[in-house]
Structures are given as C-alpha cells and as structure tokens.
Design a protein around this ligand. Structure first.
Ligand code: NAD
Length: 267
C-alpha cells in the first residue's frame, strides 16, 4: 500500500485527488493538509461522508506524524516550492501538480531530490490527452513552424499563462531551433493584444471565464491552411489517472522528473 498525504486537500483539485486516492485499491489516504478547513473531516468536504481523516493545517507536523510514502501537492504558486522542499526534507516523495514553479525552483528541487535519493514528479498537466496534444504539436511544428497557443481556464486560476501553455511553447521552440515568426514592425494599439511572447515569437493567449475547466488549442499556420490541435479537460477527473500513475511511479525512481510525458511515453 502506498500511503499518500494530499496537500491542498480542500481545494478544487485536492478534493478530486482525495476521492481518487480513497477509492484506489493499492493506495491509502494517510492524511489531508490544507490552509483552510482545519479539523473538518475531509470526507465531508469532498461529499463522501465522514471517513475519519481530518484536515491538518501544518504540512511539517503532518509529515512528522503520518510518515507517508508520497505527498500529492495541489496548492498555490506562492507556497509550492517551500512545500516540495519540506516534503523532500522529510524523506517523502512529492508529486506536484501545482503550477507556477520557476526553472530555478525546479533546478533546486532536482538537486535536493538527488541528494536525498528520492523520486519527485512535477507535472504541469496530468491529463494524458494534453500530453498527446503537445506530442502531436511537436511533430506538426516541423512542417508548420508558425504557431500560436490559446489556453482557456476557469476564472479562479491565479497564474497566467498556464503551466501547460509554457511547457508547450518550450517544446515547440526547442523543436523549431532558430526560427523566428512575426512581423518585426508589428505594434499593439491596446497593450497585450498579441498575447505573451515566448522565444522565437511564439504567442500565448490566456482566456479566463467561468464555466471553463482547462482547454488549449495549438494553431499552426501554413500557406493556405491552418492545423488546430485541441485538448479539453471538461472535468477535473481528467487529471486523476495521471496523478495515480505518478504516485505509483514516483516510488521507483530517483531524482526529479519534470513532465508526466517523461514517465509514460517511450520516445
Ligand atoms: P484551489 O485554490 O481550489 O485549491 C488550492 C488549495 O490549496 C486551497 O484549498 C488552499 O487553501 C490550499 N493552500 C494554499 N496554500 C496552502 C498551504 N500553504 N498549505 C496547504 N494548503 C494550502 O486551486 P486548484 O484549482 O485546486 O488548483 C491548485 C493548483 O493546481 C493550481 O496551481 C493549478 O494551476 C494547478 N492545477 C494543475 C493541474 C495539473 O494537471 N497539473 C490541473 C489543474 C490545476
């Protein structure tokens, strides 16, 4: 049995993870941590009814008492790096879904995981379909190097652009090499109209509206044609098979893996 603590358990993603872990046969819910809802049974918060596991406020204390194998973190960009350090320092493996980690945070965590001889998975997107979208776009950009990304999320998301959009742009820019798109003389009469500019002129546009979950379209343009590769997460359940896969795999690895695709795709 893999003993799992969920950090950010009272949040939108955390609640979904709590339910998934609770119902999985080879994984045991060891505890729930969140800055809100301390003392409340996490089963009540997730609509499952009482399960005898109450929300704890302090991650450090929870890890000392519960000694899990894995912590799944879906909290907030401003606390995730510190949480991941705390988890590794307790000899526990982090599976991080929280977005907004900088590359220097990721480098530091990678060194710490290596030093401790522990596995650590950081994945900006746990939806397998989203990873396939990036994989297909990487193939397509070889033939259609002009590309823009439109990502759409619910209006409670605090960071923009999404971690998935940044990851997509990184992969596509890497595949294109020195290519630069866009008109050098282009101007914006309303600042931001052309979105955020990534390396080589790849633009990322972020839409935030109630009713959305997580959606992304990669648009590739060629002479007389466009190709659109789109993924929609229409519910948070879409992330759960990927989260469980990471929980199972993080036990058997040493060091940090960034991106679930590096755990599941063969090439
Ligand atoms: P949310 O605001 O609903 O939940 C976050 C929870 O974290 C809240 O309950 C909050 O109280 C708690 N929290 C904040 N600081 C904390 C701390 N220091 N210790 C413990 N708990 C703390 O947000 P959400 O929609 O569940 O998203 C959480 C994160 O997951 C965001 O960064 C989001 O972008 C990311 N996300 C990732 C994926 C993925 O596939 N990787 C998918 C969806 C969302």
């Amino acid at each position: 049995m893999i003993r799992v603590v969920v950090s950010g358990a009272a949040g939108r993603m955390g609640k979904e993870v709590v339910k998934t872990v609770w119902h999985a046969e080879d994984v045991e819910l060891a505890g729930a941590v969140d800055a809100q809802g301390a003392g409340v049974d996490i089963g009540i918060l997730t609509g499952m009814g009482e399960i005898g596991i109450t929300v704890q406020q302090n991650l450090d204390e929870a890890l000392r008492n519960l000694q899990p194998h894995v912590v799944v973190d879906f909290t907030a960009p401003q606390v995730v790096a510190e949480n991941a350090r705390t988890i590794l320092n307790h000899g526990v493996r982090p599976v991080v879904g929280t977005t907004g980690l900088s590359s220097s945070d990721i480098n530091d965590l990678s060194k710490l995981a290596q030093e401790k001889g522990l596995g650590c998975v950081i994945a900006p997107n746990f939806a397998i379909g989203a990873l396939l979208m990036i994989k297909f776009a990487k193939e397509a950009v070889k033939y259609f190097p002009h590309v823009e990304i439109i990502e759409q999320h619910h209006d409670q998301k605090v960071d923009a652009p999404s971690g998935t959009a940044i990851k997509t742009a990184e992969v596509l820019a890497g595949q294109r090499g020195d290519f630069h798109q866009g008109l050098p003389t282009e101007t914006e009469s309303l600042p931001g109209a052309r979105g955020a500019e990534f390396d080589g002129g790849i633009r990322i546009h972020s839409v935030r509206l109630p009713g959305l979950v997580a959606h992304q379209e990669v648009i590739l343009g060629g002479v007389g044609q466009t190709l659109k590769i789109r993924h929609d997460s229409i519910s948070r359940e879409s992330f759960m098979p990927g989260v469980l896969m990471a929980v199972r795999k993080v036990i058997g690895i040493e060091g940090l893996v960034y991106g679930l695709e590096n755990l599941i795709f063969e090439d």
